[in-house]
Design a protein around this ligand. Structure first.
Ligand code: C2E
Ligand code: MG
Ligand code: MG
Ligand code: MG
Length: 291
């Protein structure tokens, strides 16, 4: 019935609005409600080093929907970069992630927390203040344990501003990761010119490394390039143990994906950590399938 009510409310505009605009309005309203009712929460997905343990987590936003259960960001993606929502969501995510990070640090878990920053928030005049104020609220969270993940969209919109803001993050001690690396049109330029400590190789390259020699070669090349630049590489979308083994032979620093763990609520994390055993043993000697 609520859904029908929504439809009627928007029926007035139906003539002047196309389907996409109508959907975006619905998503906007849904996200506003979720913000007001504190139903935007973070899940955490572990990032592991090959032979050792967990080095950190990526914070991933979720929406608790009263009828549809837990929604993925794809269900409200347009809100994440919306002019009136991006900063509010960004501040909430920073606050929740640092709060949780501080709790883990007090428990003796020296986890790195990676947070996704929308282009709109990164390029907002208020971003650095928002970041500093959030860090100041959680003195138990070392700045070095926070990593901001940015895609190519911010530097594409305003390269100078994005670069200066990321430099300022580094000056605060906060790490920078280039997310979804390789999917944009200027990856190498950004690698050359942006301050970053981590590259996250997009899952679209990682997925087929086992069957596709081209994808294997691309990932191998990114790992080599990153190592020569002194950067850390995280492979995203590691879905099987076979992927993990292959990435080990490529000397990729760290892995993230369903083979290790799916994103989970903070409350599930310590239980998961207790049972975690490294996927790849040190004496792994599997050779690459393509030479
Ligand atoms: P991302 O930053 O590249 O995050 C990785 C995505 O891959 C996550 O999807 C994660 O659940 C998914 N994933 C992890 N391992 C695997 C795997 O083995 N296989 C497959 N198929 N997928 C895997 P999720 O949580 O749905 O997030 C999607 C995107 O939404 C993120 O991509 C990020 O761009 C954005 N996002 C998530 N949280 C936030 C946030 O707090 N703020 C902003 N601005 N964007 C966010
Ligand atoms: Mg990310
Ligand atoms: Mg990514
Ligand atoms: Mg992505």
């Amino acid at each position: 019935a609520a859904k029908d009510g929504g439809r009627n409310r928007y029926a007035f505009f139906a003539g002047s609005m196309d389907e996409q605009q109508r959907q975006e309005m619905e998503i906007y309203a849904m996200t506003e409600n979720a913000l007001a009712e504190r139903r935007l929460i973070l899940f955490y997905q572990p990032v592991v080093e090959l032979h050792n343990g967990v080095i950190g987590v990526e914070a991933l936003i979720r929406m608790e929907h009263p009828k549809r259960g837990i929604l993925l960001p794809a269900a409200f993606a347009s809100s994440l970069d919306h002019p009136r929502l991006a900063r509010r969501i960004g501040c909430l995510v920073l606050d929740q992630a640092l709060d949780q990070g501080a709790i883990w640090h007090r428990q003796g878990l020296t986890l790195r927390i990676a947070v996704n920053i929308s282009a709109r928030h990164l390029l907002d005049d208020a971003f650095l203040t928002d970041l500093q104020e959030a860090l100041a609220r959680y003195p138990d969270m070392p700045h070095e344990a926070l990593e901001v993940e940015v895609t190519e969209s911010a530097p594409m919109l305003d390269f100078r501003r994005a670069r200066e803001t990321l430099l300022a993050c580094n000056q605060l001690g906060v790490r920078v990761a280039l997310d979804d690396f390789g999917t944009g049109s200027a990856s190498l330029t950004y690698l050359q010119k942006l301050p970053a400590q981590t590259i996250k190789v997009d899952q679209s390259f990682v997925r087929d490394i086992i069957n596709d020699p081209r994808d294997f070669a691309i990932v191998a090349g990114v790992v080599t390039t990153a190592r020569m630049l002194g950067l850390e590489v995280i492979a995203e979308g590691v879905e099987t143990v076979e992927h993990a083994h292959l990435l080990t032979t490529l000397e990729c620093h760290a892995l993230q994906g369903y083979a290790i763990a799916k994103p989970m609520p903070a409350s599930a994390f310590s239980g998961w950590l207790k049972d975690y055993k490294p996927l790849v043993k040190k004496d792994n000697d599997i050779s690459p399938p393509f030479q």
